[in-house]
Ligand binder design. Structure first.
Ligand code: FE
Length: 207
């Protein structure tokens, strides 16, 4: 079995937002897809440890802002590489407006938004799969949507090539966010402290 076949799947990128009480939060995901047209339904899989996942379960609805090719890396850092449990991701951020369902729409570096109401949630272990009916939506710009491949090639900053640190130690880099771990072997159960992806998403940095 060649696991590389999975890399042939293409994905979009999205900021998924939810609101509970006065608290707004959001996270980055690549797992939004339209699954039926009548009624118009989408699915969304969210890692169950994400605070946004708890908030969607509690509020029963969410809004998806579709990330476009003009998005800056800062958008990914703000919504992807920190947790809403200990930070207010929307603090000092004004590129937003509120959707009818209460969740915030991100209006910068995005080209459309879709609000949806959860109909079913399916427990997939690491992730919760939400099946949701679209309740409102609109386009924002004509900029093409950013695919995951586009993010990897054109949005994520290119790291400097270095095989070893100045002290001669091996460097492992997270393919998702660029976080670097220094050590001869990367522990199997290592979790990226920035983006929470597992050791399998790290690569040994080669010159
Ligand atoms: Fe990472």
């Amino acid at each position: 079995m060649n696991k590389k076949a999975m890399y042939a799947l293409s994905y979009g990128l999205f900021v998924v937002t939810a609101r509970v009480g006065q608290k707004d939060n959001g996270c980055i995901t690549n797992t939004v897809a339209q699954v039926t047209t009548q009624p118009n339904r989408i699915t969304l899989a969210v890692n169950r440890t994400n605070y946004t996942c708890d908030m969607i379960r509690e509020s029963g609805c969410f809004t998806v802002s579709v990330i476009a090719e003009n998005a800056e890396f800062g958008l990914f850092k703000r919504f992807g590489f920190q947790s809403g449990r200990d930070t207010d991701k929307f603090a000092g951020y004004d590129a937003v407006r509120r959707a009818e369902n209460g969740a915030l729409i991100v209006t910068e570096g995005t080209n459309a938004w879709i609000s949806a109401k959860v109909e079913q949630e399916i427990d997939l272990g690491s992730h919760i799969l939400f099946v949701a009916e679209v309740t409102d939506m609109d386009t924002l710009t004509e900029t093409p949507s950013a695919t995951y491949t586009y993010y990897q090639n054109s949005i994520k900053p290119k790291p400097e090539k270095k095989e070893k640190t100045a002290e001669g130690k091996t460097v492992w880099r997270c393919k998702i966010c660029g976080y670097e771990y220094v050590g001869e072997e990367l522990p199997e159960d290592f979790i990226c402290p920035l983006c929470k992806h597992p050791a399998s998403d790290f690569e040994k940095v080669t010159a």
